[in-house]
Design a protein around this ligand. Structure first.
Ligand code: NAD
Ligand code: UGA
Length: 469
């Protein structure tokens, strides 16, 4: 039986390994983590992450060929293939701070693998890493390895949160990069054999190491660029009377452009787009390519602009001040169907409103009050840290209340602000909400989910992204 061990039981390690275990009953998969509460949660009825379909997959194979353990060294030592899916946040200090990837978790994982290994291993980069990371990892492994053969592969993950299980069951492609030596090719084949249990062979792409590493950064940069492009258009739509949904539909019909990922919004969030683009920018700068760096940096800058623009529009439309006004914030996660708040645009928008002394009533179906308070009282650079490495929340957020119902959030409010596209926000009883609000009652839809005509008929003043007033 092939044995797989995965370092890092997070949003990627957990679901990815659960699907490998489900699809490959002949393989034993152990997911390990240095953060014990996460492992305890993976072994309980309340998994540490909310992801549609995940509970079902875990239930089917946990205890059979899928295990979660804190016994990191033992399981690494026993494995044939070691996936490394640890976090790679943006560096907050030192050389490259604010842009470069912090590979401290990766490096310590690699040193541990070298220390405990007694047999040959394939080490797979699952985390998103800067191009050429495999070279550094190879150095660490081979210099400490006492003659053990390590083959490094790059196998970046392309799943999106909220649809992770669907993406893993039916990936557009699986990418495997490796050394072009006989040993490298053998390792690539071994990993290909794992995915071939359920992924059609024509969707498994094999490349050299550097192409695989760079393709991951490039894919995220291209995806984020589409959002910043449509968001930039949304500003022009608001200024001219064009409707961004109509523009997206019209341009998306061109098969060379395509219809997906053209939804204008208050801005993209999530743990990776910004971090990976900044990392790409840093790599370009280090390689003497300042023009290329500036090009990609603009994608992040437009995203910041979009959030600021949204807050400014809210404040100016509410008679130039929100001081002492109650605003219902509907949605805090960075997208629907996840409880993840990393880099959610809700943080910037709420902080902006708090800066103007608004009173916020926040509701999100999957995000806890503790998480919201931690996010809002934290400096931006600290947000990339995993929960156990973050400093304790410093201030009580006196202007912020978290509630567990959208109607409760809107009671007595001057305005509603939708920041996550949860399906339930489309079908709320807006008449009931309107009746309970201060007048004039405003709606600021940062995700273009509400039926604008219907809400205007009720009496709301509605602002959306990129649509005429
Ligand atoms: P995460 O923070 O949810 O999980 C990482 C886990 O690794 C944490 O639980 C941490 O405790 C653990 N860890 C750190 N050092 C360790 C060590 N030495 N040994 C064992 N465990 C260790 O992060 P994530 O969202 O799962 O992302 C992981 C990587 O995958 C990142 O590089 C990210 O860019 C990439 N990625 C993420 C997504 C996503 O949707 N979140 C998608 C594709 C790629
Ligand atoms: C993204 C990529 O889609 C994945 O392929 C990649 O593996 C992952 O990053 C990663 O490397 O972490 P994710 O961030 O989970 O996945 O979610 P997305 O669906 O890409 O959404 C990201 C953000 O963009 C969200 O805030 C979403 O609301 C926003 N978005 C997305 C828009 O504003 N408009 C769109 O048209 C699409």
């Amino acid at each position: 039986m092939v044995k797989i061990c995965c370092l890092g039981a997070g949003y990627v390690g957990g679901p990815t390994m659960a699907v490998i275990a489900l699809k490959c009953p002949d393989i034993e998969v152990v997911v390990v983590d240095i953060f014990e509460p996460r492992i305890i949660a993976w072994n309980s009825d309340h998994l540490p992450i909310y992801e549609p379909g995940l509970d079902d997959v875990v239930k089917q194979c946990r205890g059979k060929n899928l295990f979660f353990s804190k016994d990191v060294e033992k399981h690494v030592a026993e494995a044939d293939i070691v996936f490394v899916s640890v976090n790679t946040p943006t560096k907050t200090q030192g050389l490259g701070a604010g842009k470069a990837a912090d590979l401290a978790y990766w490096e310590s994982a690699a040193r541990m693998i070298a220390d405990v290994s007694r047999t040959d291993k394939i080490v797979v980069e699952k985390s998103t890493v800067p191009v050429k990371t495999a070279e550094a990892i190879e150095k660490i492994l081979t210099h400490n390895s006492k003659g053990i053969n390590f083959q490094i592969l790059s196998n970046p993950e392309f799943l999106a949160e909220g649809t992770a299980i669907q993406d893993l069951f039916n990936p557009d492609r699986v990418l495997i990069g490796g050394r072009e030596t006989p040993e490298g090719k053998k390792a690539i084949q071994a990993l290909k054999d794992v995915y071939a249990h359920w992924v059609p062979l024509e969707r498994i792409i094999c490349t050299n190491l550097w192409s695989a590493e760079l393709s991951k950064l490039a894919a995220n940069a291209f995806l984020a660029q589409r959002i910043s492009s449509v968001n930039a258009m949304s500003a022009l739509c608001e200024a001219t009377g064009a409707d961004v949904s109509q523009v997206s539909h019209a341009i998306g019909k061109d098969t060379r452009i395509g219809p997906k990922f053209l939804n204008a919004s208050v801005g993209f969030g999530g743990s990776c787009f910004q971090k990976d683009i900044l990392n790409l920018v840093y790599i370009c700068e280090c390689n003497g390519l300042p023009e290329v760096a500036t090009y990609w940096k603009q994608v992040v800058q437009v995203n910041e602009y979009q959030k600021t623009r949204f807050v400014n529009r809210m404040v100016s439309s509410m008679f130039n001040t929100v001081s002492g006004k109650k605003i219902a914030i509907l949605g805090f996660a960075f997208k629907k169907d996840t409880g993840d708040t990393r880099e959610t645009p809700a943080i910037g928008v709420c902080q902006g409103l708090l800066g103007d002394k608004a009173i916020l009533n926040i509701y999100d179906p999957q995000v806890s009050q503790e998480q919201i308070q931690r996010d809002l009282s934290m400096h931006k650079s600290e947000l990339d840290r995993p929960p156990h490495l973050q400093p304790a929340s410093p201030t009580a957020m006196k202007q912020v209340t978290c509630v567990w119902d959208a109607y409760e959030a809107a009671k007595g409010a001057h305005g509603i602000c939708i920041l996550t596209e949860w399906d339930e926000f489309k079908t709320l009883d807006y008449q009931k909400i309107y009746d309970d609000m201060q007048k004039p009652a405003f709606v600021f839809d940062g995700r273009n989910v509400v039926d604008v005509d219907k809400l205007r008929q009720i009496g709301f003043i509605v602002y959306t992204i990129g649509k005429p007033l």
